[in-house]
Design a protein around this ligand. Structure first.
Ligand code: DAH
Length: 346
């Protein structure tokens, strides 16, 4: 009986399960394709007696609708799960994505270390402008208007004054400008270090750059002596490089200090025996220094009869190169991650 067959199929379709594309296709072929069971039953309708045909036709329609809606349902479910099964499947054999950590720039590491060492000796930190007048960069520091020492530093000028050299505007060539600004606003005792960026008109090479960093140091009080300068820098060298470091002072010249000295530290790579870093001398230069010239104290409004002071200046790039054995200044500004990554966790 056709109605029995319909009931049977209704139950079968109701209870069917489709879990993949192949099963879905099998379902389609079996029930709703041109050769499927439902079509077959429709074909048989013509053999049903006229009076029953309408009722059977309705049953068949119900069956057909069920088959089609089940087919739709299964397709939607399969489509939605396709992402998980195919595209975004998790492959546990893949290597994990590396967890990249940023690193602190070596110049920052060294600047912070320098600050930390001097802070423990009672120095505070001061800052000053990078765009400066000739007066603060040169004049007040005892460079006479036509003094040849001015030519020691190739300067980027921003504007030249018609009236007086001291009003010229320039990019500071050293951090010594901050000494003057600090002494103008603070009476002794002054114990401060002044990190910052400086500029010189130099062609960029492994050994020179037009932008680099210095740390200036200044100590002004009653009875500050050359001995204080020496001990302070000796302590710094031991903290910064090697506890067995020695220092040596070589006579030098700076317009703003008298007497002046170049500070060398015993080579901490070869312990003074001689290597490439120290050019086989056993010593490396780390700073310029000296007793603040009385003219400089006077220019900044400090009584040079009552107070004395020492000052020093060092290049952060230079200290960093020595400390990490870096031989090319350009590495600091090229942002090459192969270089920078080496300071992760430093
Ligand atoms: N300003 C000097 C330079 O740029 C470095 C320097 C030398 C600073 C001696 C000082 C000092 O304070 O006393 O080469």
């Amino acid at each position: 009986m056709i109605t029995d067959r319909v009931k049977e199929l209704l139950q079968e379709i109701e209870g069917s399960l489709v879990e993949n594309k192949e099963q879905l296709e099998a379902f389609r072929l079996k029930y709703i394709s041109k050769k499927g069971a439902v079509t077959e039953l429709f074909d048989g309708l013509k053999n049903i007696p006229q009076e029953d045909r309408r009722a059977v036709g309705q049953e068949l329609n119900t069956l057909k609708n069920l088959a089609q809606s089940r087919f739709q349902e299964f397709s939607t479910i399969l489509e939605n799960s396709a992402d998980v099964n195919e595209g975004n499947q998790i492959d546990l054999t893949l290597p994990v994505a590396p967890n990249l950590q940023g690193s602190i720039h070596p110049l920052t590491i060294v600047r912070r270390r320098i600050i930390e060492i001097f802070e423990r000796m009672g120095f505070n930190v001061s800052y000053g402008p990078e765009i400066e007048s000739d007066w603060y960069n040169f004049g007040a520091l005892n460079f006479a208007d036509n003094h040849p020492a001015r030519e020691m530093q190739d300067t980027f000028f921003i504007s030249k004054s018609e009236e007086a050299v001291k009003d010229d505007v320039l990019l500071r060539t050293h951090t010594s400008n901050v000494q003057i600004r600090l002494m103008e606003r603070q009476k002794p005792p002054i114990r401060s270090i002044m990190p910052g960026r400086v500029f010189r008109n130099e062609a960029i090479s492994a050994r020179a750059h037009c932008v680099f960093h210095q740390v200036e140091g200044l100590y002004v009080d009653r009875n500050v002596s050359f001995r204080d300068l020496k001990d302070t820098l000796y302590h710094f060298a031991k903290e910064m490089f090697d506890k067995d470091s020695r220092i040596r002072l070589r006579p030098s010249y700076f317009p703003f200090t008298e007497p002046s000295a170049e500070i060398d530290v015993s080579c901490f790579i070869c312990k003074g025996k001689g290597c490439n870093i120290c050019k086989h001398t056993g010593w490396v230069e780390i700073a310029g220094s000296g007793m603040v010239d009385p003219n400089v104290l006077t220019n900044a409004g400090i009584d040079s009869e009552e107070f004395t002071g020492f000052a020093f200046g060092m290049g952060i790039e230079r200290i960093t190169m020595l400390r990490y054995g870096i031989s090319d200044l350009r590495l600091f500004t090229e942002n090459d991650v192969r270089f920078l990554r080496q300071f992760e966790g430093a």
